[in-house]
Design a protein around this ligand. Structure first.
Ligand SMILES: [Zn+2]
Length: 280
């Protein structure tokens, strides 16, 4: 499932190809994504210039003068860039955006076998976008300078659930999916079962730094393959190869060398941690 790092790498790959470009055509072959692709999308976008390509959580925001195209990769979606005529569309190639970009015509093809992704139009500017139902409840961005230990400390005071689950909820900070929750908590030396409200301010500071660092490294890992970029392809996490605890249960801890990585299940999701390095 594409996580925040994959979406950010997608954004970085698409941005130079499309920013400043004008949409020449939109081909919708199948509107049945998680929500139907709006019927008038082609008419709305044709002739409009792409001003910016932003990311909020796992949403890509294609900013136009009159509104924003919101796209989400769902469980298995990807955008591919075609610099020459694209091949004949396959059964999962639901949408093509034809953009007259800074370096010529590009076909951006949205492929989504499981169709949990989304492509929606939000009319209006910044304030309307912030109030959009899909975006308004999202937590802070992990790289936002306001995401500090003090912020995390304050926002976890009322939360009696385990910190792992609180992170996954995404309403405090976005982007901490299952892999990255285990990895960040390991990095910060925090037992994933610790009640969120019991974390001290210094430990919250360590955790906030760990989250930004783990996600930043995952983006760098994905970014290193940017030259050959063809799109996030649904593999779970660029970071997997560099994982310290994720799916390493039964193996020795890479930090303390004495501990053995354990796997537990929290709210139906696997969590991995080192009982020696990570304390409640
Ligand atoms: Zn350890």
């Amino acid at each position: 499932m594409p996580e925040l790092p994959e979406v950010e790498v997608t954004r970085r790959a698409l941005a130079p190809e499309v920013i400043g470009g004008v949409v020449r055509a939109v081909v919708v072959r199948d509107r049945r994504l998680r929500w139907p692709v709006p019927a008038g999308l082609a008419r709305r976008l044709a002739g409009q210039r792409i001003l910016r390509l932003e990311r909020r959580g796992k949403y890509l925001l294609w900013r136009f003068e009159r509104g924003t195209l919101i796209s989400h990769l769902g469980m298995s979606g990807s955008w591919r860039i075609h610099r020459t005529a694209p091949p004949r569309p396959g059964p999962h190639d639901h949408v093509d955006l034809v953009v007259d970009g800074p370096d010529g015509l590009r076909v951006l093809r949205l492929t989504d076998p499981r169709r949990f992704g989304a492509l929606l139009w939000a009319r209006g500017g910044e304030p309307a976008l912030r109030r959009h139902a899909l975006l308004s409840h999202l937590g802070i961005e992990p790289f936002d300078p306001r995401f500090t230990g003090a912020f995390l400390h304050e926002r976890t005071r009322g939360r009696g659930s385990a910190i792992k689950q609180v992170l996954l909820a995404g309403d405090i900070v976005v982007g901490v999916g299952n892999i990255y929750a285990s990895e960040s908590l390991f990095d910060a030396g925090i037992d994933p079962r610790t009640a969120a409200r019991r974390l001290s301010r210094p430990r919250c500071a360590r955790l906030a730094r760990a989250i930004a660092s783990v996600l930043g490294r995952a983006i760098d890992a994905g970014g290193s393959s940017l030259r050959d970029f063809t799109g996030a392809d649904g593999r779970s996490g660029y970071f997997m190869a560099g994982a310290q605890v994720y799916e390493r249960n039964g193996l020795g801890c890479l930090r303390c060398r004495d501990g053995t990585i354990r796997r537990i299940v929290q709210s139906g999701r696997a969590t991995y941690f080192c009982p020696r390095c990570q304390r409640r």
